[in-house]
Ligand binder design. Structure first.
Ligand code: KDG
Length: 325
């Protein structure tokens, strides 16, 4: 099996408020597919790369929705197990135009949280971990359960052995664990990765640094082992530093309005990984990542805005035009 990217995690059903407003005022929710690593997988598939997703969904209709959606997007779901003993995890979220939108998880004991080293071994037996491939992990999976945390560590061991490139997106989820619980678990994962991506606050917690300045944060990441650090700055674009290289500060891809910010970081990772796989340098990768992140926030739902190859090429070539006639 030749695969460019392997990822693992929990894919969720996301119930998103159909209109802007608080939970108290929201009566209609739209059913969508979400989950950080699955979002990255879909992004990579849309950009033309082969990607295997390792995980578990419930033996309920909702698990079926996920399998069909990922398969339909071109993600290899041969390692996405349907677990009849558990239900599919849910993420319920309101949408707000003012202030932070609230998220409620219903995922404790979910099928996705039951991912274990056995799932990784099964995938490895199918030849999923091999030289030349890329492993993408996030800090969400280790928060889900002991077996999920072990699964991530085994995936890293196998990636090390196969000399795969490893990217790690911090994705701190405070509804799942505290900073004090997360930092000691995430730090060794980050230190063993080649590329670490995260928001400034996440990287400060990860590195134990008191800095908020992206330059200092990236340096702290590089000192701990990885060769590339990427600080995602949202509307401020991104800052990236590769050991021995010149640091890059890249403005965000301009957009008029943020419609739904959730999933932007995953689209960013997809654009970054895809460009590196295509031989692009750090600046090209960050530019594509910014464009993917911008595309993601102008549509409702994690997956809706992630660009296809054609859309990304247009965004990158776009000189401020608003219509293609
Ligand atoms: O990055 C978006 C994800 O946060 C969302 O899809 C759900 O993976 C998720 C999580 O655990 O928060």
């Amino acid at each position: 099996m030749t695969v460019e990217v392997v990822t693992l995690g929990e894919c969720l059903i996301s119930l998103i408020g159909a209109r802007e407003g608080s939970f108290a005022e929201t009566t209609l929710f739209e059913r969508q597919v979400a989950g950080a690593e699955a979002n990255v997988a879909v992004g990579l598939a849309r950009l033309g790369h082969s990607v295997v997703y390792i995980g578990r969904v419930g033996g309920d209709g909702l698990g079926g929705v996920i399998v069909r959606r990922l398969r339909g997007e071109g993600v290899d779901v041969s390692q996405l197990e349907v677990d009849p003993g558990a239900t599919t995890g849910l993420m319920i979220r309101e949408r707000r135009v003012l202030g932070a939108a609230e998220v409620v998880y219903a995922r404790a004991g979910s099928a996705g949280s039951r991912i274990s080293p056995d799932d990784i071994r099964r995938a490895a037996d199918q030849g999923v971990f091999g030289p030349g491939s890329w492993l993408h992990i996030t800090g969400i999976t280790p928060a889900l359960s002991k077996t999920a945390s072990e699964a991530v560590r085994l995936a890293l061991d196998l990636a090390d052995r196969a000399k795969m490139t490893v990217s790690f997106d911090v994705n701190l989820r405070r509804r799942l664990w505290s900073d004090e619980e997360a930092a000691p678990v995430l730090r060794p994962l980050s230190e063993r990765s080649d590329i670490v991506l995260g928001g400034a606050e996440e990287l400060a917690i990860l590195t134990g640094s008191h800095a908020s300045d992206p330059v200092a944060l990236a340096e702290a990441v590089l000192r701990s082992g990885p060769r590339i650090a990427v600080v995602k700055l949202g509307a401020g674009g991104a800052f990236a530093h590769e050991s021995g290289g010149v640091p890059i500060s890249m403005p965000a891809h301009a957009i008029a309005t943020v419609v739904d910010p959730v999933g932007a970081g995953d689209a960013f990772c997809a654009g970054f990984i895809a460009t590196r796989l295509e031989g692009g340098d750090l600046a090209m990768a960050v530019r594509a990542a910014n464009a993917c992140g911008a595309a993601a926030v102008v549509a409702v739902g994690d997956l809706a805005g992630i660009p296809t190859r054609l859309e990304l090429d247009r965004l990158l070539a776009d000189n401020g035009r608003d219509t293609i006639r």
